[in-house]
Design a binder for this molecule. Structure first.
Ligand SMILES: Cc1ncc(COP(=O)(O)O)c(C=O)c1O
Length: 390
């Protein structure tokens, strides 16, 4: 009998599916998956409808992306970070950041190369490395501050290291890497001639005085970094799956070669609308940040009332909360308890680690706050029960 390939033999069904089913069954308020429960802004949807009806955008787009979106990605990098990107040779449009990540790994590493990952990670990084026949080398972020141990990071580099995948602002910890941390990573990558694949999908989800610094902007890094982002979070349009990769043309060329045989080209009309949306005035970006600051604060208050301490997120729409004051058991057991007894769903972080490091996250579960204010307020009420049951 035919069987699946060894390459995919370690890939299970994602935890998100399991939690969604359980949350639905128990009618729990679902703060599991990072999927907004509100719609894309109406003006952006109206632009897409207009584009669909224009009759010019319903056939294949150019493989690397439409010229309007590539220009908008370059303009956005110049506007927010002062980066100079060549829209013709330095940008490729992908089916979300997720395709950008695997296209970058396939296009920039060879079989047997080592790729450093920081844990906990977005769950596609490790399978992307494995599908490229490269070898993941994992370095944990340590709680409760979720910071790297510089010696551990240094020891992870070897003659075989070809790339490092970085994510800032970081899912699931909510951390925004500081200039010092980025400088350490940059120095090690320069010393060992390593390419950085950086996932910045939460680049505009920043709180208080947090500043997002693209690692590509550090001295000596532009020529060894590809930067990945997407429209999903920024425009509350995770279903659109429009992402992009930008950087030095020599690196982007590798990504584009892989991309042309993964999807070739992605949804054409949506690219035009995302180009329009990226060019929205600063007021859009400011309103977006203010909306999420409000949501973060409601959830922080809920967690505090529930006896679940956490590091205040500086970015993203996630928080890792420590449940050990109110529950004895594993993150998965706590998640089941929270869904069934309290009516709130979260994600145990086990699948965001390699087995040897899973114990590092064993006091924590992840909550996503990309949910309506009303739902977050109900969560606040329900979590109050936790303390009294403990
Ligand atoms: C760190 C990170 N990267 C990438 C993605 C996925 O982005 P996209 O939907 O554009 O593929 C997510 C979604 O949760 C994420 O958290």
């Amino acid at each position: 009998m035919s069987t699946p390939a060894n390459r995919v033999s370690t890939f299970g069904t994602t935890i998100f599916t399991e939690i969604n089913v359980l949350a639905q069954h128990y009618n729990a308020l679902n703060l599991g998956q990072g999927k907004p429960d509100y719609d894309t802004p109406p003006d952006i949807i109206a632009d897409l409808v207009k584009t669909l009806q224009a009759g010019r955008y319903n056939q294949y787009a150019p493989g690397p992306g439409t010229s309007a979106l590539r220009q908008a990605v370059a303009d956005h990098a110049a506007r927010f970070y002062g980066l100079e990107i060549d829209p013709a040779q330095g940008v490729v449009v992908t089916a979300g950041a997720t395709e950008g990540i695997i296209a970058a790994v396939l296009g920039l590493t060879d079989p047997g190369d080592e790729v450093i990952l920081l844990e906990p990670y977005y769950d596609s990084y490790q399978p992307s490395v494995i599908m490229a026949n490269a070898v993941p080398v994992c370095v944990p972020l340590h709680p409760p501050t979720w910071t790297i141990d510089p010696d551990e990071l240094r020891r992870a580099f070897s003659k075989k290291t070809r790339a490092l995948i970085l994510n800032t602002p970081h899912n699931p910890t909510g951390r925004v890497f500081t200039r010092e941390e980025l400088t350490l990573i940059a120095e090690l990558c320069i010393e060992h001639d390593v390419t950085v694949i950086v996932d910045e999908v939460y680049e505009h989800l920043l709180y208080d005085d947090a500043i997002h610094i693209p690692i590509a902007s550090l001295p000596g890094m532009f020529e060894r970094t590809v930067t990945i982002s997407s429209a999903g979070k920024l425009f509350s349009a995770t279903g659109w799956k429009i992402g992009w990769v930008y950087g030095h043309p020599d690196l982007v060329e590798g990504v584009a070669r892989a991309h042309q045989f993964i999807t070739f080209a992605v949804h054409h009309p949506t690219q035009e609308t995302v180009a329009h949306a990226l060019n929205l005035p600063d007021s859009y970006y400011e309103g977006f940040k203010a909306m999420y600051t409000r949501k973060r604060d409601i959830l922080l208050s809920a967690l505090s009332k529930g006896g679940l301490p956490c590091l205040t997120p500086q970015g993203t729409y996630f928080v890792l909360a420590d449940f050990t004051k109110v529950f004895q058991g594993s993150p998965l057991e706590f998640t089941h308890y929270l869904i069934k007894e309290i009516g709130v769903a979260c994600i145990p972080p086990g699948t965001l680690y390699t087995p040897e490091h899973v114990h590092i996250g064993s006091n924590y579960v992840r909550f996503a706050f990309c949910k309506s204010d009303e739902m977050l307020q109900q969560v606040e009420q329900r979590l109050q029960k936790l303390k009294s049951l403990a």
